[in-house]
Design a protein around this ligand. Structure first.
Ligand code: ADP
Ligand code: MG
Length: 344
């Protein structure tokens, strides 16, 4: 028989590969927002402005004043597995940047109409490029200030099955606000602005305290009932702002945990928080906590899942016991202070 007829396997075209891979990183407009904000932070920006239209379905625009990308590098930024952040296998064991997989821009460029404009500090002009569902244009001179602007239009417009899955502008905006909140809590050094359909939702000056950010992003009541914790022991720094047990919520949504500046979700830490508040809350109530852990970059792995919110600790039991001990000690002190003041 003819050899060619027996061949059914073929290698998919590059744009299709990117489009399929995009599904792992880009679920909805909020995923785009997360990836772009993280890139601005990695680029050492101290100002990031985010403008959203129609819940991000029509437009996600982000402008930063970071390092920028050189004209030569701009086309590569949209190639899959193209990154300036790691080089060797060893680099993977101590990741300091938010990004490292080199797949966000490639994914975003494969499922939307994107324009990137960028100017480095030593360039006399800006350059820009358009990429439309994987079809990359030429780099052309443009005008803009130092830093990078990325406009992402009509996400999933060539993928009706994905587009259909998107919710109302309000719901999508809720997800975007949540991503914005996580990054704004982790980066109080950064000026951050968020607007939706020309309405300013948040305008956070740089250099705010974490309490100020909590007050503006979460609630004033929560801000006014925080207990500060700082406890460095056994290689783990636990900094936290946690609410007194009198302030609780009906869901565990108000438990923010960060590891070296990265928002994470971890079942060991969730359990430690629950244990710390054991017997102090009414049934069905959940604590409100903001925990900022600092640990050696080598003591955990972030390369577990494309979105990087799940991590693997080398020693999860140590993390659990340090979080539990740091919180519990303060909570019991507060409780005895309250009881003391009642009985006296
Ligand atoms: P990663 O962040 O994992 O490296 P991305 O696809 O998100 O991958 O970005 C690819 C590269 O493009 C980055 O490594 C970086 O060099 C460059 N880049 C992306 N966004 C920015 C930005 N806002 N400012 C400067 N450089 C950027
Ligand atoms: Mg990135």
């Amino acid at each position: 028989a003819d050899n060619t007829t027996s061949r059914r396997i073929h290698i998919l075209d590059k744009n299709m590969v990117n489009m399929i891979a995009a599904g792992e990183v880009i679920e909805r407009p909020a995923s785009v927002v997360k990836e772009l904000l993280e890139n601005s932070i990695d680029a050492s920006a101290d100002r990031v402005h985010l403008h959203i239209e129609d819940g991000g379905k029509k437009l996600i625009q982000i402008t930063d004043n970071g390092t920028g990308i050189s004209a030569e590098d701009i086309p590569d930024a949209f190639e899959p597995h193209a990154t300036s952040k790691i080089r060797t296998v060893e680099d993977l064991t101590s990741i300091r940047s938010m990004g490292f997989r080199g797949e966000a821009l490639a994914s975003i460029g494969s499922i939307a109409s994107v324009k990137l404009t960028s100017r480095t500090k030593d360039s006399i002009q800006a350059n820009s490029i358009n990429i439309d569902c994987g079809e990359k244009g030429e780099v052309v001179p443009d005008s803009s200030d130092y830093g990078t602007t990325i406009e992402v239009r009509n996400i999933f417009y060539k993928l009706p099955a994905r587009r259909k899955f998107l919710r109302t502008a309000n719901t999508e905006m809720g997800h975007i606000s949540e991503q914005f909140t996580r990054l704004a809590l982790a980066n109080p050094q950064l000026e951050m602005k968020l607007s939706h359909n020309r309405r300013v939702l948040h305008n956070l000056p740089k250099g705010q305290s974490i309490e100020q950010r909590i007050g503006e992003l979460i609630s004033k009541e929560i801000r006014d009932n925080l207990i500060s914790i700082e406890n460095q022991e056994r290689g783990i720094m636990v900094r936290a702002q946690i609410c007194t047990p009198s302030i609780s919520r009906g869901t565990n949504k108000f438990q923010y945990t960060f590891l070296n500046g990265r928002y994470i979700r971890d079942k060991f830490i969730s359990h430690a928080i629950k244990e710390a508040y054991r017997g102090l809350l009414e049934p069905g109530k959940h604590p409100v906590t903001f925990i900022f852990l600092e640990m050696p970059y080598e003591s955990y792995d972030v390369n577990v899942h494309p979105t990087k919110t799940e991590i693997r600790f080398d020693n999860p039991n140590l993390v659990h016991s340090q979080v539990l001990a740091s919180l519990r000690e303060k909570l019991l002190n507060v409780k005895t202070e309250v009881q003391g003041s009642i009985s006296s």
